[in-house]
Every structure is written in C-alpha cells, then in structure tokens.
Design a protein around this ligand. Structure first.
Ligand code: ZN
Length: 495
C-alpha cells in the first residue's frame, strides 16, 4: 500500500519538488519519517497524527514509513505536514490515490487539523505552475499564491476541507488573481526645493540604473532626495515584480500583497550586522540587499558602516546576486538593487561649506575618506556633491522643482532606447558592450583622457564614466555620445 503526494522545499528562492512516498505494511504500529528531515519535520509526526484523528479519519494502526525524497535536500519548517497527512490517508484508502498526481500541497497542520502558514508561498506557487499541477495552500497564503498568473490554486482552512475536495465531495473555492491596479503613492521629487544638480543626478541615475554617492554636509536633504528615486523609476514588468515579491516572501517578514509591483526602498541603519545586510543564518535568509532587489538600497552615513560589511557589497553590485555559504548548505539570492549612498565630506561635516569652518585636519579627512575602499568607490558610477542650501532655498523662496511624473517620463524614454539597443540598462553593460555602444568622437576621447590622468581614474571607473555618458545621450535622444555628455558625466565624478 503505497501513495505519492507532492510538495516543495525552499532553497534560496527556488522551490525544488519533494515527493512524499508513504508506505503501509503489516507489523507493530509505528510511524517513521525518513529522508534526512530535520527536527522540525520530525515534530510534524505528532501534528499529523493528531490532525488526522481530529478530522474524523482513522490513523492506520500499522507500520507507516514516510519518505521525503530527494533525501539530500535540506528540509525545514512544517510545510510538509499537509502532504504527509494526505499521503497517509491515501495509502490507507481513505482518499483516492489517483487524485494526488495532479496536486501539490503545502501547509502546517494544527493539532485540531487547521491549516496554517503563509511565508514563502510565492516561490512554491511559481514552481507548481511550471510543473503544471494545481496547488493547495492554507487560506492565509491564498492571496500571495494568487499573484502567479495561470496557476490553479485553492485555499483551505482545515485538513477535512482538503480531503472533501480530493474525494470530489465538496470542492474548494478556487483563488482568483487580485492585483492592485492603482498606482502607488510615492514621495515626489516636486517636494524638494533647490538642489538642481542633485536632482539632475537622480534623473540620470534612474535613467541608466546607475549607483550614486552623495557627499555633503548634514541637513542638505540627501535622505529626502534618495527617497524620491523609486518615483522616477519605470513601472515594474511582471517578471521583475514577481522576483522582487519572491525574495521578500521567503524573508522573515514575508511579503505583503499590497506591495505588489512597488519598487522597494530599503534604508538600513549603519549599525546593521553583516548578516542582516547581505543575508545569512543557519537557515540562510535574504538580507537588506536582497529585500531591495528591484528597488533602491539607501545607505546613509556610508562611512559609519563596518568596513568588512561594506566590502561584501562588491560582489552583488557587480553580479546582481549574492551567494551565502554555510557549513552544510549554500543559498543564492537575487540582489539587483540600485545603491544610493550618502556621506559627510569630512568628520565634522563642514568641509567646503562657505558659512561654517571645517575644523578637521587634512589627515583626519583622508582617514575618514579611506573608510570606503577604492574598489568599492570605483563600482559606484556617480559621485556628486550636495552642497548646503542657499538662504533663499532654506526660507522656502526657491521654486519647487519638476514633479516626479514628468521626470519619470524622460527616464522611461531613455530606458526604452537602452532596451532596444542592448536589452539591459546602461549600468549593466559588460566591457565588450561598452566598447560596442559607448564609442566617443575625437573631442570626447581627448576630454576623457585628460580627466583620467587628472583624476587618476581606474579602468573600471573609466568604463563607469562612459556608461553615464551613454545615459546622458539617451536622455536627450541622441544616438551618438557627444563631448558635452562626456563633460557632464565627468562632473558626476567628483573626487
Ligand atoms: Zn571637517
């Protein structure tokens, strides 16, 4: 007497298939779960037994062996309960075994047979859809599973409802795709007075997907500017929205379906631990950089972060993903974020300020700047100064700027050019593509060569300047990069 039910494990943001094979044989009553399950899975034995009895079914008084295959897949959590219970009921002929072929089941069981759990359902739903099976989830997870278009998904509150459905007695309600349709309300660039160069830099960063470093004294609105970046970025495609939601779904706080297709803005404090920033833990969890996937990662007081923590950012900045290795297992999470970093120009904050004198020695300034390594700085495409506001600006006399919607329209046009030309944003061009798409005329060449020797730019930084120049040309609808684009791109490379 054998039955097979299907469920899924989570591994990074993948959800590999787990076959739950249940075998009943004569012998002294016993209940074993094999397939290297961890302690949490062993506990599910007690929950499954109690839930089956509470649901008015018979718990078979024979030798029960449940095998979760493949055995070498690490398994945690209680999501296997439902498939184990259904497998036992099917192997003991209390449910039709043939039905199980076309379903995948996830959910933790309470002792009374109630179904629970919602975290991490989205990656499972995506995988079930690819496998062409219907999915049964706890009702609390139904809204999230419904975000996957083309998946047949049912929500249930109780084990007995799942059984009634599989017997064809009373079908479960099918979930319907309900996605937020109205545009989200985001902080608007129009609220920011003055700072026209910084606003221009934000537009360029948005248009090409460039990382941005803002250097300026405290109180000049660096945080306010950074928080406006999401409102300038183009609407998310279905694929982008799905991968952003999937990585949040497996995080500790889970995914809120209200945030569907909203680009995240994450601003972790500088005291954040390395694990919280990049991800980790015994069961690897995504960190802030992955929660910012598809959106903006804002690091204020950039120099105050632990240097070792910041250096770990080099890999994801380059590759858009982060690999976390722990003794027993490895996990890979997407981390394609746009970095906006902000720092003071010196320890006291007033270097270059026309009104207040800086008391720092050149030595102190050097030490302060050296907290951010050269290789990390090289990877940030644009470095700008955000100076103190003029009196008129502080008094609110400066005109308010353009609002986000009209800037976003230009950004969107520039992004369309990039997609047509190279199928990615300018920030993600590799070095061969830079050669191909960022050619300069003679005047542009000589401009950049002078700057390279004057600023001591590395090859990596040189490529970044070219990419920013490419974005400037795209913003003005020009096929060729003009020398004025090169000059402006260099102005976004303040030493
Ligand atoms: Zn100072």
């Amino acid at each position: 007497m054998l039955s097979t039910a299907y469920t899924r494990a989570t591994q990074g943001i993948d959800a590999p298939l787990v076959s739950v094979e249940t075998h009943l044989s004569n012998g002294l009553p016993a209940f074993h779960i094999v397939g290297l399950p961890e302690a949490a899975v062993r506990e599910s034995r007690d929950r499954v037994r109690a839930a089956i009895i509470s649901s008015q079914f018979e718990f078979p008084m024979t030798r029960i062996t449940v095998n979760l295959a493949p055995a070498d897949l690490p398994k945690t959590g209680g999501y296997y309960d439902l498939s184990i219970a259904v497998g036992i009921l099917s192997a003991s002929s209390q449910l039709p075994a043939a039905e199980l072929e076309s379903y995948e089941l996830v959910g933790e069981l309470g002792l009374n047979g109630e179904l629970r759990g919602e975290r991490g359902v989205l990656p499972i739903a995506l995988a079930a859809k690819r496998a062409g099976r219907a999915l049964i989830v706890p009702e609390s997870a139904l809204a999230e599973a419904c975000l996957v278009k083309g998946l047949t998904v049912y929500g249930a509150r109780h084990l007995s409802q799942v059984c009634a459905h599989l017997c064809g007695m009373e079908r479960l309600q099918m979930g319907e795709v309900e996605r937020r349709v109205e545009a989200p309300t985001l902080p608007d660039l129009g609220d920011v007075r003055g700072q026209s160069q910084a606003k221009r830099a934000l537009e360029v960063a948005a248009a090409g997907g460039h990382h941005l470093l803002m250097v300026g004294p405290p109180g000049t609105g660096k945080t306010m500017l950074a928080s406006r970046l999401p409102s300038l970025l183009p609407a998310m495609s279905d694929g982008e929205a799905t991968s952003t939601a999937a990585v949040q779904s497996i995080s500790r706080q889970g995914f809120n379906v209200k945030n569907w297709a909203i680009r995240p803005f994450r601003a972790p404090h500088h005291t954040v631990s390395g694990v919280a920033l990049v991800g980790g833990g015994t069961v690897p969890m995504p960190g802030e950089i992955s929660l910012a996937h598809g959106g903006v990662l804002f690091l204020d007081e950039f120099t105050e972060f632990a240097r070792t923590t910041l250096e770990v950012l080099r890999e994801p900045i380059e590759t858009g993903r982060v690999t976390i290795s722990r003794a027993a297992r490895q996990a890979c999470f997407p981390a394609r974020f746009q970095l906006v970093a902000a720092m003071n120009p010196c320890p006291c904050g007033y270097r270059g300020d026309p009104k207040r004198a800086c008391r720092c020695t050149p030595d102190q300034v050097d030490r302060y700047r050296a907290k951010i390594s050269g290789p990390l700085l090289d990877r940030i495409d644009m470095h700008i100064e955000v100076p103190r506001l003029s009196e008129a600006e502080i008094m609110g006399k400066a005109p308010l700027g353009e609002n986000s919607a009209s800037v976003a329209a230009r950004v969107s046009r520039a992004r369309t050019f990039q997609q047509r030309r190279q199928r990615c944003s300018n920030a993600h061009l590799d070095s061969n593509q830079v050669e191909a798409f960022c050619a300069l005329d003679e005047k542009g060449q000589s401009l950049i060569q002078q700057a390279m020797s004057r600023l001591g730019l590395s090859v990596r930084a040189y490529h970044r300047v070219l990419k920013v120049a490419r974005t400037l040309a795209d913003l003005s609808g020009s096929d060729a990069i003009r020398s004025s684009d090169v000059a402006e791109a260099l102005s976004f490379r303040q030493p």
